[in-house]
Design a protein around this ligand. Structure first.
Ligand code: TYD
Ligand code: MG
Length: 452
């Protein structure tokens, strides 16, 4: 028997080595190089029949015929928006996310919703399990075929038989190709099977949706080049204890990466959330101290988000600072600004911060709402429910302008807020009728406006 050919791969970045090393020369990670068995046979096409070699000619840019990307609408507005208008023909889309977040549910729902012939290939669940899930999703599409298979050659055979318009693969880590002997989920298998599907997608103009597992630090498991190879990388995230899920594009060759989709996980599958602001603001009776509403932007979408703070006397020597959904370092910075620039003695207090709804925010415009919530809790004085905030805080205690402030004000006005606090330096050209705009320049001003 011929000796099995092996190569060493860095499990972090995918670099290939001829022998084992302790540290990867490329990404400098330690102990990431693993031996994998590969068998380099002559590689065949995804289709068994060889295609004729076609050479491409270089063209002047204005000679290239222009046709708008051909897109397939998914009938799921949130996904369409994130993709930039629908699935582009011949594109490869990779969907990553933590286990149990709802990746299979989302793609099965899409597969059942598209009015096209869809082949849903699962290497993780049996046909009857998928049937059970489809029953819960209450969908009517009968044009979706389910295949449970992990061998790519068999999948391509089924594809030739079925002639689907869209292919969904759940998940890339379960697939294996006959041309490589490494086990499914290994770097070389992931790389090879993805390459086969890319070739298939490009040659037949069929969009392919791939599910990818992620590692414990949130990256898609497999070599980083996997993300380079595909056209679109989508990330499905959310707190498993909350029902809201956010879909964002980390990479998109056919649209903006600023867009975002919001879903709610229900017993009958994922529901699209059209007006996210309403769900992110918690319903409560009467005014409570320690909450403030921020007018933020997630991508291109304005979102009203509730910030909750709790300031209490520290029980241990070192006060605790903790934040959920917000950067703890930034919270510490804002506390230092309050201490140094405005003279609030928070050094001996525990400060807890929470963004309602289990979402994560990194829009700096939330800063003003954060300090307002902290001051409100510290004073034990509630901020009226129809007030909201949109400004960044600088290290000197100055209140800084934020981008697209008019869009934020418009959203606040639409949702019935009567007062919005923004930076003195934000220029506004439009006039608003039912919302009052209060311009503030320093942290002290906000205190004077709210509590003095
Ligand atoms: P799943 O799509 O299997 O996650 P992934 O493929 O990302 O690992 O989603 C699993 C979770 O979703 C599971 O814990 C149950 C929940 N769920 C619902 O709440 N409602 C539903 O209709 C479905 C299908 C799943
Ligand atoms: Mg799954």
């Amino acid at each position: 028997m011929a000796k099995a050919k092996t190569t060493f791969f860095c499990q972090n970045c995918g670099t290939q080595y001829a022998k084992w090393l302790g540290q990867c020369n490329s990404c400098h990670e330690w102990n990431t190089i693993v031996e994998e068995v590969i068998q380099k046979e002559e590689k065949r096409n995804w289709k068994q029949t060889p295609t004729t070699k076609k050479t491409n000619k270089a063209l002047k840019i204005n000679e290239i015929p222009f046709d708008k990307e051909d897109r397939i609408s998914t009938l799921n507005n949130e996904l369409n928006r994130v993709l930039g208008g629908g699935l582009v023909k011949g594109s490869m889309t990779l969907l990553g996310g933590e286990p149990g977040i709802g990746k299979s549910t989302l793609l099965l729902q899409i597969a059942l919703g598209i009015p096209k012939r869809v082949l849903y290939v699962s290497g993780e669940e049996s046909q009857s399990q998928i049937k059970m899930r489809a029953e819960r999703l209450q969908s009517k599409n009968t044009n979706c075929l389910i295949l449970t298979e992990t061998n790519t050659q068999n999948i391509f055979r089924a594809i030739e038989e079925v002639q689907p318009d869209v292919v969904v693969i759940d998940s890339i880590q379960t697939l294996h190709t006959e041309y490589i002997e490494a086990s499914p989920g290994s770097i070389s298998q992931i790389r090879e099977t993805t390459a086969e599907f890319i070739k298939f997608a490009k040659e037949t103009a069929t969009p392919v949706l791939l599910i990818g597992h992620i590692t414990k630090d949130g990256a898609i498991a497999g070599p980083k080049i996997l993300e380079h190879m595909v056209d679109v990388v989508l990330q499905f995230e959310g707190d498993r204890n909350h029902t809201y899920r956010i879909l964002r594009a980390n990479k998109n060759r056919f649209g903006s990466t600023a867009e975002l989709g919001i879903y709610e996980m229900q017993s009958i599958g994922l529901r699209e959330v059209e007006n996210p602001s309403e769900i992110l603001i918690s319903q409560k009776e009467g005014d409570l101290s320690g909450t403030a509403i921020a007018a933020t932007l997630e991508g291109m979408r304005p979102l009203m988000i509730e910030v909750q703070a709790l300031v209490s006397t520290a029980v241990y020597g070192t006060p605790q600072r903790s934040a959920t959904g917000y950067d703890t370092k930034r919270l510490n910075m804002l506390l230092a600004v309050l201490e140094k620039r405005a003279g609030f003695r928070l050094g001996a207090k525990d400060v807890f911060l929470n963004i309602a709804g289990g979402i994560k925010v990194d829009d700096p415009a939330i800063d003003l709402a954060v300090i307002s919530a902290i001051l409100s809790s510290n004073e034990d004085d509630a901020i009226p429910q129809d007030f909201c905030f949109a400004a960044e805080i600088g290290l000197a205690g100055e209140i800084r302008p934020v981008n697209r402030v008019e869009q934020r004000i418009l959203e606040a006005e639409k949702l019935g807020f009567h007062k919005i606090f923004i930076s003195k330096f934000n220029k506004i050209s439009k006039s608003f009728t039912s919302i009052k705009i209060v311009k503030v320049a320093k942290v002290d001003d906000i205190y004077a406006n709210l509590f003095a």
